[in-house]
Design a binder for this molecule. Structure first.
Ligand code: ARG
Length: 578
């Protein structure tokens, strides 16, 4: 269904055309300060400017015409400042929309129009290495963006661009007999693979002969040597098994595709040749580079796509990947989620891709900062190693378990364990997603597990509390849907405030997708829970007389559904009991 903002935009744009003969958009935005109204029409200023007129009289005319056009929707609009028009919604209008939102599986969020095909590239860990805390951000930010775009009706294709073709395999294959034994017999733990890798890197640093051996192994693998290929394949399988376990624990949406770097290997020579033929890449001191001489910030930053020894690089693979994705899925957009250290790489990649065959493809690099320890430095273990994601999730569940055991000793153990799992994992994810992603943030267990404040446990608990109203007074799970009540009465200011805020869910989703920032969903849900608290303190629900009782039950039900949907878009589970 159309959102309130869209409805006002459509109606006000029509009124502007009729009343002052202008073609400009109304440009409706939520009011920054609720004192002035709910929405603000900002479109008169640019219109006045273009005409060289004073915006105030134009705004007065439009406001007068709006008073009758919006009579059923809003109080008579007022003109403020240089020529803004403030609109205050009427309770009866808001009340008439709520049952429709309740009946809408999208909870009032309009479908994207047009729907597009969007490829999203996130997580992308490297084979033979364990996931550490750094992989958390790409995985869950990407997952949330994918969920949200899909909710809007886009066709989302997630592709895990795993690093399965790097120099790490040369170092690993140098120990191939050791690896072969492990891989042949029992399941090898990733930490063992990592140790073997590190040992070889250390040896290669000290001993040039060891380095040459590693190089030779890599060349063999890349030339398709059967034994090297078999071990490589086993390493990939074992790593992905371990990584998939973590994805399951994190509750991220399964990837539609996992096409790692190795998949593109056969295309790389062709990509370099084509870019050279097209004059986009050139030989430079034996290597092949793309130069950006006309782009000021990239002027002296060439994009190296083939080394002088003939080897292809990360950029070459990414160029082949763009080509493959466009040919195969014909997307309108590709989104990449990586930490901000890869900014330059993606600037170069996007610039090259646009010059190549894809001038209309939207390419977005979604970056994020680091996770810091209490000392404000990137988070590490005591011995200075990066923290493994597995350990972090274990710890989250353990800490949540202690809280749940202390507070809900009467619940059966299995229930307590399930609550601890949902709360512990949810807390870790929410603490990350609620930050403006470009910033670093300090990882703090007490903060993220707090029952008060902008945390997952607070929202999960708010949800449970609302659901318990239904357990007390209503048939469980039935809610109030399908009662046929046409209009919700909103007599109390707290009811009206909550109701209007429920209708603003689409705006939060829009903000979250515009610049790929799940944190807008978090702040919206936090404010929603706050408004619900005020309402619930002031307005009895089950003890109220009709029609207030039914109306309030609808408000409860809608708040619960929006909380659950919002958390779901963040990839966070809710529980029915807590
Ligand atoms: N494997 C890379 C890393 O760990 C991330 C890959 C991101 N995606 C891409 N298409 N380059 O840094």
């Amino acid at each position: 269904m159309e959102s309130v903002q869209q409805l006002l935009e459509r109606l006000a744009t029509g009124v502007i055309r009729q009343s002052i003969g202008a073609d400009g958009a109304a440009n409706v935005r939520p009011c920054g300060n609720p004192k002035f109204g709910d929405y603000q029409i900002n479109g008169l200023l640019p219109i006045a400017k273009a005409r060289g007129e004073n915006p105030r009289p134009l705004a007065d005319k439009v406001a007068a015409a709006l008073a009758s056009a919006l009579a059923d929707i809003a109080e008579p609009p007022t003109v403020a400042g240089a020529g803004f028009i403030n609109v205050r919604l009427k309770p009866a209008f808001v009340g008439s929309l709520l049952p429709r939102v309740l009946g809408d599986p999208r909870l009032g969020v309009p479908a994207a129009s047009p729907a597009r095909t969007i490829v999203i590239d996130y997580s992308a860990p490297n084979i033979a290495k364990q996931l550490h805390v750094g992989h958390l951000r790409s995985t869950i930010i990407g997952d949330s963006i994918a969920r949200t775009l899909e909710f809007l009706g886009h066709k989302v294709i997630s592709d895990n661009h795993i690093g399965d073709w790097g120099t790490q395999f040369g170092f690993l294959l140098r120990s191939k007999s050791e690896l072969g034994e492990y891989l042949g017999t029992s399941a090898i733990h990733l930490s063992t693979i990592e140790q073997i890798y590190r040992k070889n890197v250390a040896e290669a640093e000290k001993d040039p002969a060891a380095r040459d051996e590693a190089k030779a192994e890599l060349v063999k693998l890349q030339a398709g040597d059967p034994e090297a290929t078999r071990i490589w394949k086993a390493l990939c399988d074992r790593t992905m098994e371990a990584i998939n376990e973590i994805y399951t624990r994190l509750g991220v949406r399964p990837f539609d595709h996992t096409l790692g770097e190795s998949f593109y290997h056969p295309r790389l020579a062709g990509v370099v040749a084509e870019l050279k033929t097209r004059g986009l890449a050139e030989d430079s001191e034996g290597a092949v580079c793309v130069f950006f001489r006309d782009v000021p910030q990239l002027k002296d930053k060439p994009f190296l796509i083939q080394k002088s020894d003939g080897a292809f690089l990360y950029p070459t693979t990414d160029l082949a990947t763009v080509q493959y994705r466009v040919e195969t899925w014909k997307p309108g957009e590709i989104i990449y989620v990586t930490d901000s250290r890869q900014k330059l790489h993606f600037e170069q990649l996007f610039t090259t891709a646009r010059r190549w065959d894809y001038p209309d493809l939207k390419l977005a690099h979604v970056t994020f900062g680091s996770v810091l320890g209490e000392d404000n430095k990137p988070i590490k273990t005591r011995s200075g190693e990066p923290i493994r994601l597995e350990e972090l999730l274990d710890e989250g569940e353990k800490r949540a378990q202690a809280i749940v055991d202390a507070n809900y000793a009467d619940l059966p153990e299995a229930t307590r364990r399930e609550i601890a799992r949902v709360v512990g994992i949810g807390a870790v994810k929410y603490a990350d997603l609620s930050q403006n992603r470009v910033n670093d943030y300090v990882f703090s267990w007490p903060k993220m597990l707090a029952m008060q404040g902008n945390t997952a446990p607070y929202l999960q608990y708010a949800y449970v509390r609302i659901r318990s109203i239904f357990r007390k007074g209503e048939e469980p799970g039935q809610g109030v849907r399908g009662r046929g009540q046409e209009v919700v009465t909103l007599a109390d200011a707290a009811e009206f405030d909550l109701a209007k805020f429920i209708l603003r869910f689409p705006e939060a989703i829009e903000l979250a997708t515009e610049d790929y920032r799940p944190n807008f969903i978090c702040s919206y849900l936090y404010d929603l829970a706050g408004k619900f608290s005020v309402f619930y303190e002031r307005c009895p629900v089950l003890k109220a007389d009709e029609p207030a009782r039914s109306s309030r039950l609808i408000l409860c039900q809608l708040t619960a559904e929006v909380l659950r949907k919002g958390l779901d878009l963040l990839g966070i589970q809710t529980i029915e009991q807590m």
